[in-house]
Design a protein around this ligand. Structure first.
Ligand code: ACM
Length: 639
């Protein structure tokens, strides 16, 4: 692979402004002098004061996109470097991933040339050793089960069978369920020996499967002897969870026989703590091919999570094919130096795109269904719609002042306008297609982070507010969301959204489920207002947050530092008053991808925190044990 001929080195200095400054050095590693160019870099630490730079001239910014020029007449000789300082930052840099995530040059003839970037260094700070995020752990019982079951009373065997196989006469449904778990295992652990087999084997152990009407649909029980195993299950999900537990037990015993064993006698009886055991993935900021999404769903199934919340749209891209509006995935996904959507979050000189066709969606929905995972699609409204508004210009009020408000991520005028009639026609057609694609009871409509002040410079919005007696952004948001709720009800679907759906008067609480992400306290407040709640607080369950205080730890930090031990130990139900506990439907991990530039980052930030949330979702509080978790989690599959 050819390396770039230019490299951008960067450091953050604490002095030179309320939020410090970046000092950049662009090195010319080519054989020719460079002149008449601008440099673009993408950074989540944004420049808000255009004048606070030295030896460079501000050209343009859009969200994370920053463009600067060298002083007039500047020539960068081969082997030389151009050092410039950028102050006027909107906040301090806190970690090594807060600097330039990508860069490129634009030459006078319009060509774009790649620039390699390095980690952001902190000036004046020496290297810090990485934090210990996972202790060695300690097992009281030598079994590789994760999440840990509700009740376990089994004795470890000295040996383990080569595989488990169904008793003669097993039903077609049972055979298919075993086949599904063999397939799951083979995909997740390609080089390991399959723990289940459909054919009898003299070195194996026979497995009897029996439905048990006294068990709940997701519950199962296992009973072990040296001769045979019996799996009783409430429904298809319980059967799959029982088979998965057997696969985990046998895989652990085979992979690490000094640590884990397979049971020779006794019983396990198991059922989940919560009905909603979710994981969200943001595919807008970074695109994940179908195979990656399918593998993540496999990982959820392995940890007995049952909801995949698919965040399909955001400011940076609209990723879902909608037949009525092909512009969404023709224009609304391509980030390119030549626009209209500009590079963000690690994009460079090459255009990037990617979307899911409706056939892709059907494939993934079917894949998830066989694993008892339900996919909840999210179309984020009314905020977070820069890509949509660029793709479909008629969604904007043409008379609204440009840059009249900015989102917290720095996007100007990025919310669908409640006063533009096309907004509802558009969303109606989008929902018509979505309800055909996704069998889930809930459709997630976002509702988060509409900036206070949004729409107030839109004459159409002003007129509507006057007519309806609406004051302020959030009452207008509520007006909009009530209509979206009606549109969902007409289509036989329930509304899921982020906690801000409740702002400005909210929506009808019946058949509405909100995700409390800003703080844990928000969840209790929502429950008090009558909403069903899923707990996804950033302070424990946002997997983009850094795991340690050290500068060199990658990730975001607005919700604090979230080490795996904290994610594991956090009790979402903790402060819920007894009378509101029924409203708390479960917990969910959120994988936001602004910082996820590679599979390496994904795996470093998601694991082991995702299995930690899976255990919090499944295992009763009395059975949670951080050291046991730490001992087992190295067996976890990764993306
Ligand atoms: C969110 O993190 N904006 C839901």
């Amino acid at each position: 692979m050819q390396s770039a001929s230019y490299r951008l080195e960067s450091a953050w200095h604490t002095d030179g402004g309320p939020h410090g400054r970046f000092v950049f050095s662009l090195l010319n590693l080519s054989d020719t002098a460079l002149q008449d160019f601008t440099i673009v870099y993408t950074s989540l630490t944004r420049v808000i004061d255009k004048t606070a730079c030295e030896n460079a001239v501000f050209v343009k910014r859009n969200a994370n996109y920053h463009e600067f020029a060298p002083p007039a007449g500047f020539v960068l000789a081969p082997g030389a470097s151009w050092t410039f300082t950028i102050g006027g930052l909107h906040r301090k840099a806190v970690h090594c991933t807060d600097g330039a995530k990508s860069a490129y040059l634009t030459l006078a003839d319009g060509r774009h040339v790649p620039v390699a970037v390095s980690d952001l260094l902190l000036e004046g700070r020496t290297s810090e050793p990485p934090p210990v995020l996972l202790p060695e752990g300690k097992l009281d019982l030598p079994f590789a089960l994760q999440p840990w079951p509700r009740r376990i009373d089994v004795k470890p065997g000295d040996t383990f069978p080569v595989c488990l196989y169904p008793a003669p006469g097993a039903s077609m449904e049972d055979l298919k369920a075993i086949d599904t778990v063999i397939g799951l295992f083979r995909r997740l652990f390609e080089a390991d020996h399959a723990p289940l087999s459909l054919a009898a084997n003299s070195q194996g152990r026979v497995l009897h499967l029996t439905p048990d009407a006294t068990l709940a649909a997701e519950a199962y029980a296992l009973s072990f002897s040296s001769e045979a195993i019996t799996l009783s299950y409430g429904g298809g999900a319980g059967r799959q969870y029982g088979l998965t537990s057997l696969a985990q037990l046998l895989n652990g015993a085979r992979r690490e026989p000094g640590k884990f064993r397979f049971p020779i006698s006794g019983t396990i009886s198991d059922a989940p703590r919560y009905g909603w055991r979710g994981c969200h993935l943001d595919v807008s900021r970074q695109f994940y091919p179908v195979a990656d999404v399918a593998r993540l769903i496999d990982i959820l199934a392995w940890f007995k999570l049952n909801i995949f919340h698919w965040h399909l749209t955001d400011d940076e891209a609209w990723r879902l094919e909608i037949k009525a509006y092909p512009e969404l995935t023709a224009v609304g996904v391509v980030r390119s130096p030549d626009g209209p959507l500009l590079p963000q979050l690690g994009n460079g000189a090459e255009p990037v795109g990617g979307f899911y066709s409706q056939d892709d969606v059907r494939t993934l929905v079917a894949h998830a269904l066989t694993l008892n995972v339900e996919i909840i699609p999210e179309i984020d409204t009314p905020g977070h719609n820069s890509a949509t508004l660029v793709a479909l210009r008629d969604l904007s009020d043409g008379q609204e002042a440009p840059e009249s408000y900015h989102s917290v991520q720095g996007y100007p005028n990025n919310a669908l306008n409640p006063a533009v009639p096309f907004t509802y026609e558009f969303l109606g057609k989008v929902l018509d297609e979505i309800v055909e694609l996704f069998p889930s009871a809930y459709i997630h409509i976002g509702g988060d982070e509409v900036p206070n002040g949004a729409w107030l410079a839109s004459p159409l919005a002003r007129k509507l507010m006057e007519k309806e007696g609406i004051t302020g952004t959030f009452e207008l948001q509520s007006y909009f969301l009530r209509q979206i709720k009606d549109m969902l009800t007409k289509r036989g679907k329930k509304l899921a959204g982020w906690n801000e759906v409740a702002h400005g008067g909210g929506v009808d609480t019946a058949e509405t489920l909100l995700m409390a992400w800003e703080t844990p306290e928000v969840g209790i407040e929502l429950a008090r207002e009558g909403y069903d709640v899923v707990m996804t607080p950033g302070q424990a369950y946002y997997l983009d947050m850094v795991q340690g205080e050290e500068w060199q730890e990658p990730g975001a930090s607005w919700a604090g530092t979230v080490p795996p031990a904290h994610t594991y130990g956090y009790e979402a139900e903790g402060d819920f008053p007894e009378e509101l506990k029924d409203r708390m439907k479960g917990v969910q991990a959120c994988i936001w991808c602004e910082h996820y530039l590679s599979r390496g980052y994904f795996n470093r930030l998601v694991f082991p925190r995702l299995p930690a949330i899976a255990e919090a979702a499944w295992t009763p509080k009395s059975q949670k044990d951080w050291l046991r978790f730490a001992a087992i989690v190295p067996l976890s599959p990764k993306l």
